[in-house]
Write a protein that binds this ligand. Structure first.
Ligand SMILES: C[S@@+](CC[C@H](N)C(=O)[O-])C[C@H]1O[C@@H](n2cnc3c(N)ncnc32)[C@H](O)[C@@H]1O
Length: 289
């Protein structure tokens, strides 16, 4: 009986969630996000590339935020109205665009960090980030070409997609990007983490994001349900950070996730004490991956 309830409950919750998108209050937001997606595709169509349009489109949509996730992020933004937002991992700038759009009502400032190396079939994603977000006042968006917290190895994408690059060329590109660390003299009200999905990388991103977070700040993680590295890192963060509230929002049943493809987000909301107030010796230590 209990096993049957455990299987049915997530499906029932997903059904309620699925119906919610048809509520009049939610529909316009989905429409606005779809229109941003269409603009992204138009930008991607206009790129020069060794890959056909259909392939570029598929990679662009696959590697970016999906409508259900965008709606969930919008709810968090509207609830907390963060004025200074940091995005870690911009890719082609669809999530950047969404953060800018949703926070237009209170003129939030977005800092978008990405090393602008090849990701999937795109050699220069920053170009698209800029074009897709050109309609917003420049004082609202700062695009930073850098690694956040740690350098990642993009060799896989340079080996897999055209035009191929030698190891030395890739190493040169990686070395040309600075890495942001705790000495960055910035503070944010909300950090959106959507960079490398490896366990150790998510923990490093979180650790640095937390040190840059304003008191009562919020960290939003993307892709927390389907990516094992992100899910495991989140469990670790939940175990170590009992001072914070961490809620996961997204399709609960694996079946629904497989069928509809949106992933979940996790929202870390900090307690009253700023993390920088804690002595370094109290900083949580994460296990090795
Ligand atoms: C999943 S994509 C981001 C998708 C984007 N947030 C969206 O929904 O439109 C991941 C991006 O993270 C970037 N990335 C990987 N490691 C990073 C790091 N250490 N710092 C910043 N960005 C990183 C990659 O270059 C890639 O563009």
């Amino acid at each position: 009986m209990r096993r049957a309830a455990r299987a049915i409950l997530p499906l029932a919750q997903d059904l309620i969630d699925g119906c919610a998108r048809y509520l009049p209050a939610i529909r316009p937001r989905t429409r606005q996000f779809r229109s941003a997606q269409r603009e992204l595709l138009a930008q991607v169509d206009a790129l020069e590339s060794p890959y056909p349009r259909a392939v570029r489109r598929e990679h662009a949509l696959d590697g970016s935020l999906k409508p259900a996730e965008a709606r969930r992020i919008a709810r968090v933004l509207i609830r907390h109205k963060p004025e200074r937002i940091l995005e870690v991992g911009s890719f082609l700038g669809l999530s950047t665009r969404w953060l800018l759009h949703v926070s237009s009502g209170w003129d939030a400032h977005i800092t978008a960090v990405d090393p602008n190396l090849r990701h999937r079939v795109f050699d220069d994603p920053r170009e698209t980030v800029e074009r897709l977000n050109a309609r917003y006042p420049p004082e609202r968006l700062e695009i930073v070409t850098a690694f956040f917290a740690h350098a990642h190895d993009p060799t896989h994408d340079y080996d897999r997609y055209e035009p191929r690059r030698t190891r030395a060329e890739v190493a040169g590109l990686v070395a040309s990007r600075p890495t942001i660390d705790a000495s960055w003299n910035r503070q944010f009200d909300l950090v959106f983490i959507d960079a490398s999905h490896r366990y150790d990388a998510v923990l490093r991103d979180f650790s640095l994001a937390r040190s840059l977070l304003a008191p009562h700040g919020t960290i939003v993680f993307h892709d927390v349900l389907s990516w094992p590295g992100v899910a495991r890192a989140l469990r670790e963060i939940q175990r170590l950070h009992t001072e914070a509230t961490i809620t996961v929002r997204g399709p609960r049943s694996a079946l629904v996730r497989r069928l509809t493809r949106p992933d979940g987000i996790a929202v870390y909301h900090q307690g009253p004490t700023a993390p920088t107030d804690a002595p370094a010796s109290q900083a949580p230590s994460y296990p090795r991956p």
